[in-house]
Design a protein around this ligand. Structure first.
Ligand code: IPM
Ligand code: MG
Length: 356
């Protein structure tokens, strides 16, 4: 098969971790006889520095003509500490989501036995937790207008907007995934307070009828935040709006013991984007210490979701599991053992794939 990939390393540790994921991608392509072609482009703070736009047009064009996008991370302290900056790296990410029509962000939450002791939760609560958060990604408060300030600058407003169509497509997607998993959907909203949430619930109640074999559960977002730490094993597929999803997916990711291990996929109308869920970790940039496994696992999702190449995805996952069993891991999860460098972990995973 011919694989055309856009590679967007972004900021901070992005370039280092994406480099490791590409080693795994190349090893897989060699092994399975796929023809790989890829091109890199700028996104985020580095794109602002070079061309004044966090999601330049040529980056968008490259994404549009590619079959998948492998993405590192964006963000820079230079902008985080300056609330009045006119252009921000995050705008690049939002523009990419909107222009590629990436309405669904899929974050699988799975645990790794060797990391359970690092979870902030008791092992018995989190051992075996396996669920999927599906976050709506192109609507809600992130994109609703009007957004801004009053003339005197002392009042600010954001607007949360959802249409039936936006809700329907993501809720159906959640049911499709649940059908392939444990057959349960949890719809998270704040229907006791918000009009948008009441529309979510109304539309979901209509859609629910089309999936009688799947159990549906409705949950207010505050309760969901509590249940994620109280009983994470009760979830299978959780679906929610953009802002709630942003918050809940950070919470959900951390219960597994390492933010450095979780991949994500953003899918929708045009090319899908695969990225680790962690940020650009600027303190570690260029030090060759960041954990590349979440990005390598994002490459596994890319093979599976973008190319429907299941065996390839499975082998990457197996290589990652093996690196953890053999304790070839970076400092964030090495504990008492030796801390390997980012590039050493990447090389090890790639050579595992080659030798397999
Ligand atoms: C995420 C991030 C982004 C978001 C930021 C960087 C704009 O937190 O992908 O979850 O809020 O969506
Ligand atoms: Mg977030």
């Amino acid at each position: 098969m011919k694989l055309n990939i856009a590679v967007l390393p972004g900021d901070g540790i992005g370039p280092e971790i994406v480099e490791q994921a590409m080693k795994a991608v190349k090893a897989i392509c060699d092994k399975f006889g796929h023809e790989l072609s890829y091109e890199q482009a700028l996104v985020g703070a580095c794109a602002i520095d070079e061309v004044g736009n966090p999601y330049p047009d040529n980056t968008h064009e490259l994404c549009m003509k590619s079959d998948a996008v492998l993405f590192g991370a964006i963000g820079s302290p230079k902008y985080d500490n300056n609330p009045s900056a006119k252009v921000r790296p995050e705008q690049g990410l939002l523009a990419m989501r909107k222009k590629l029509g990436l309405y669904a962000n899929i974050r699988p939450v799975t645990t790794f036995p060797s990391l359970l002791h690092k979870s902030p939760l008791r092992s018995d609560l989190v051992d075996g937790a396996d669920f999927m958060c599906i976050r709506e990604l192109t609507g809600g408060m992130y994109f609703g207008r009007p957004q801004g300030r009053s003339e005197d600058g002392d009042t600010a407003y954001d607007t949360c907007v959802y249409t039936r169509e936006e809700i329907e497509r993501i809720v159906r997607l959640a049911y499709e995934y649940a059908g392939k998993r444990k057959k349960k959907v949890t719809i998270v909203d704040k229907a006791n307070v918000l009009a948008t949430s009441r529309l979510w619930r109304q539309v979901s109640q209509e859609i629910e009828k089309d999936y009688p074999e799947i159990e549906t559960e409705y949950m207010f977002v505050d309760n969901a935040a509590m249940r994620i730490i109280q009983w994470p094993k009760s979830f299978d597929v959780m679906v929610t709006e953009n802002m709630f999803g942003d918050i809940l997916t950070d919470e959900a990711s951390v219960i597994t013991g390492s933010l450095g291990m979780l991949p994500s996929a953003s899918v929708g109308i045009h090319t899908s984007v695969f990225e680790p869920i962690h940020g650009s970790y600027p303190q570690a940039a260029g030090k060759n210490i960041a954990n590349p496994l979440a990005t390598i696992l994002s490459a596994a999702l890319m093979f599976e979701y973008a190319f429907n190449l299941m065996e390839e995805g499975t082998l990457i996952r197996e290589a990652v599991a093996a690196s953890m069993d053999e304790k070839i891991v970076t400092e964030d999860i090495s504990g008492e053992g030796k801390a390997y460098k980012t590039s050493e972990v990447g090389d090890w995973v790639a050579s595992y794939i080659t030798k397999k």
